[in-house]
Write a protein of this length. Structure first.
Length: 232
């Protein structure tokens, strides 16, 4: 759409359980509106790989499928949003994940983002992707990713052209450490316990938009674009 690479867009917050398709949809939003995806899971995994103090602190918690403490995640998000490429907007994928993070984000946006320099003073666009529990399990157990380019596949739903190899660069696809069945269950428990209240937080403020994440991917994307295009 004309102008999508220049207009300022309110921050887009994607909510949903692990496996709901947030990462896939975030990449599509990124391509259409030219605003960056901020995946807290990806940033934490990069820190683990690079052996930073944050990575050391997060590793064991993530391997158990539990949430990294807010005191570590919030400053990490603040640093990322302050980067220049977020000036026209950004997509949060995997944050906020607790009601405390949601409250922190509201205060941060109010103080640092929605000021005159961004030419907009409106609320973030909050989209919850709802997916059936058994479907989540199926998606998470089938998930594979490319260690080189980050592309995500699913052996049931979106297999690569050649078994276990990335279509883009031929790398051998990998299973994330926390996509093992016992860890998946813990991550889904954490979602119900800690992240559902985030949707309630935005619902109570009348700001929650919901899409049916069980629908085919392109239909979910169409619904999301429609919400963003019509956000006032
Ligand atoms: P994801 O890639 O979004 O599924 O996140 C993988 C893991 O990273 C989660 O299971 C958590 O351990 C950690 N994580 C990601 N985002 C957050 C967050 N906003 N708050 C706390 N922990 C997080």
């Amino acid at each position: 759409m004309a102008g999508e690479s220049s207009r300022t867009i309110e921050p887009v917050i994607l909510l949903g359980a692990p496996g709901a398709g947030k990462g896939t949809q975030a990449k599509r939003i990124e391509q259409r509106y030219h605003i960056p995806q901020i995946s807290t899971g990806d940033i934490l995994r990069q820190n683990i790989k690079a052996g930073t103090p944050l990575g050391h602190a997060a590793k064991a918690v993530m391997e158990r499928g539990q949430l990294v403490p807010d005191e570590l995640v919030c400053p990490m998000v603040a640093d990322r949003i302050r980067e220049i490429d977020c000036e026209r907007g950004f997509i949060l994928d995997g944050f906020p994940r607790t009601a405390a993070q949601a409250g922190w984000l509201d205060a941060f946006l109010e103080n640092e983002f929605f000021d005159n320099s961004h030419g907009c003073n409106r609320l973030p666009i909050v989209i919850s992707m709802d997916v059936d529990y058994n479907e989540l399990l199926r998606r998470l157990t089938g998930r594979r990713s490319c260690p080189t380019c980050g592309r995500i596949y699913n052996v049931h739903l979106q297999p690569p052209k050649v078994d276990e190899l990335c279509d883009n660069d031929g790398s051998k696809l990998v299973i994330r450490d926390d996509d093992r069945e016992e860890v998946i269950r813990e991550r889904l428990n954490e979602f119900v316990r800690q992240t559902r209240p985030v949707a309630d937080y935005y619902q109570a403020k009348g700001r929650l938009k919901t899409v049916n994440g069980d629908l085919p991917m392109d239909q979910v994307t169409a619904q999301i674009f429609c919400i963003i295009d019509n956000h006032v």
